[in-house]
Design a protein around this ligand. Structure first.
Ligand SMILES: C[S@@+](CC[C@H](N)C(=O)[O-])C[C@H]1O[C@@H](n2cnc3c(N)ncnc32)[C@H](O)[C@@H]1O
Length: 200
């Protein structure tokens, strides 16, 4: 999909994401994963800042998103939760940071939207310090045939409605990437992936 259209799609969803933030949607998993962030932390496609409540106050956060409306909400969330954050309006697929820059890279619900998710995973490998960590919560294809069938059927609709693919094979993408997977739990009928990775 044309990126301008995709940005508009996400701009329109910013109020909805702010409500998710207020309700602390996904608190159990977000808190479990992202309270482990430390040091210089990059959050890609940060959206309305739904992970802000769970970050340790000591981190130095760089958040990137290409939706101006999402980024406005993320700025408010950083203030509300006292997180030192530099927020950058950019297409993260076009960005490049210096090699070995970040102690932690965070990604939640982003591999479903990129044009080239494998490229992004390989960028995490480049941008993360050798002793750093990559923490991800991603949704994708289930392990169960009936759910997979539904995900494949609904994928076109989800892409048009919210700019999101439901049927990406996250495990395959990770295996094909340069990253090394330390731990991966699959929950919610195998469609939600909690991933601890590191550079290989
Ligand atoms: C499904 S939302 C997830 C937001 C957030 N990560 C969360 O956990 O709530 C996807 C976000 O990715 C952003 N996004 C998608 N593709 C992007 C890209 N290429 N560069 C920057 N942001 C992108 C969208 O604007 C949106 O805020």
């Amino acid at each position: 999909m044309d990126k301008k259209k995709l940005i508009k799609k996400f701009d329109k969803q910013a109020d909805k994401y702010e409500k998710y933030l207020q309700k602390q949607q996904g608190k159990m998993f977000r808190s479990k994963m992202f309270s482990k962030a430390s040091g210089k932390t990059l959050e890609v496609a940060i959206g309305a800042g739904l992970n802000m409540p769970y970050y340790p106050k000591s981190i130095e956060l760089i958040g990137v998103d290409f939706s101006p409306e999402m980024l406005k909400k993320a700025r408010k969330a950083a203030e509300q939760y006292g997180i030192r954050a530099k927020l950058q309006l950019a297409d993260v697929e076009e960005l490049d940071f210096e090699e070995n820059t970040f102690d932690t890279i965070v990604s939640s619900g982003t591999l479903c939207t990129y044009q080239d998710p494998l490229h992004m995973l390989n960028q995490f490998q480049r941008w993360c310090k050798p002793d750093g960590q990559i923490l991800m919560i991603e949704h994708g294809i289930s392990q169960f045939r009936s759910i997979t069938w539904l995900q494949n059927r609904l994928n076109g609709l989800a892409k048009r409605a919210i700019g999101c693919n439901m049927n990406r094979d996250i495990q395959r993408l990770l295996k094909d990437s340069d990253l090394s997977i330390e731990k991966m739990d699959r929950i919610m009928l195998g469609s939600l992936y909690l991933i601890h990775a590191k550079p290989s």
